[in-house]
Design a protein around this ligand. Structure first.
Ligand code: NI
Length: 169
């Protein structure tokens, strides 16, 4: 089931999410819905706070459904290694219509639980490393806009405010 995606300004997006206790049937349903929602958007990653659920879960698929092996689900993930730097254009399903160049690590190793409860460690480089850092930020209540500064950030925030005022956000 596709769930509505919250947008910048809605509170669950701006608060750190607590860890998952037990992987129940409700959690499995949430993960299925997050995958449906990510593919429908379409996007390469989605974190639980984006669908209004304050829990440390994200899904990612840099192939957007073309390669089943690329679909990843992480529960209670942690970054255990990061290195290098990349600066690329980045967007977010919770900030539709906007993007900006964001500095990210070029190699990120994430450790956490898969949806079957087993521990998994996945190394991401390039786009997947960027995706990992972006989704980890969501679990800590941060969006890519929060990583910008100065004029670039002000411009996006001003335009979002304007859209909100006219009911278009
Ligand atoms: Ni995002």
């Amino acid at each position: 089931m596709i769930r509505p995606i919250l947008r910048y300004g809605e509170q669950p997006l701006h608060e750190p999410a607590p860890p998952v206790g037990e992987i129940t049937g409700d959690i499995q349903q949430l993960i299925d819905d997050m995958i449906d929602t990510m593919y429908a958007a379409p996007g390469i990653g989605l974190a639980a706070p984006q669908v209004g659920v304050a829990l440390r879960i994200f899904v990612a698929d840099v192939s957007i459904g073309r390669n089943p092996a690329d679909l990843l689900t992480f529960i209670n993930p942690d970054v255990v290694e990061r290195g290098g730097v990349q600066r690329e254009d980045e967007g977010c399903l919770s900030v539709p219509g906007f993007n900006a160049t964001v500095s990210r690590a070029s190699r990120v190793v994430v450790k956490g639980l898969a949806r079957d409860g087993r521990e998994q460690v996945v190394e991401g480089t390039g786009l997947l490393a960027r995706c990992f850092e972006h989704e980890m930020d969501h679990l800590d209540g941060a969006l890519f806009v929060d990583r910008l500064r100065g004029l670039q950030k002000d411009l996006i925030l001003r335009r979002i405010k304007k859209l909100s005022r006219t009911g278009q956000w």
